[in-house]
Design a protein around this ligand. Structure first.
Ligand SMILES: [Fe+2]
Length: 136
């Protein structure tokens, strides 16, 4: 059973970003499934690689579109992106250094927190701004 399901509550009202955010839900479920199957530690390396790549690409796209349209809260939005990027990188470095402990749970918690606090909070705030500029 998946840990998270996509729902309209997660929608930020812009199709491109919703599609990209769904990838995050998929990654959470992939890691959760691996943990349940007892292969969390092996899966974590791939998930972290994917997550680093994904966050970088997705955040740049989001920031570029917000910048193009002159979004007034871009600086604060960027800071949140940077903070999570740093957290993921830091976890990746610990993983590579052979850290043990509940790293899968740490990553799952971070990703869920990101979905709830950033996507449903900070990202959601650009919906009416971008919708008003023709982005749906
Ligand atoms: Fe964002």
């Amino acid at each position: 059973m998946p840990l998270m399901e996509w729902s309209d509550q997660l929608s930020v009202g812009v199709g491109q970003f919703d599609r990209e955010h769904r990838v995050m839900v998929d990654m959470i479920n992939e890691l959760f499934d691996a943990v349940q199957a007892g292969r969390g530690r092996e899966a974590l390396g791939l998930v972290l690689d994917h997550l680093l790549d994904y966050t970088k690409t997705h955040m740049i796209k989001e920031e570029q579109i917000l910048e193009k349209h002159g979004y007034p809260d871009l600086a604060a939005h960027r800071l949140e992106h940077k903070a999570v990027g740093r957290q993921i990188l830091e976890i990746r470095q610990r993983y590579e250094a052979g850290a043990t402990g509940p790293m899968c749970m740490e990553v799952l918690t971070l990703m869920r927190k990101w979905l709830i606090e950033h996507i449903q909070g900070t990202d959601k705030q650009y919906q009416s701004f971008l919708n008003a500029r023709g982005l749906h």
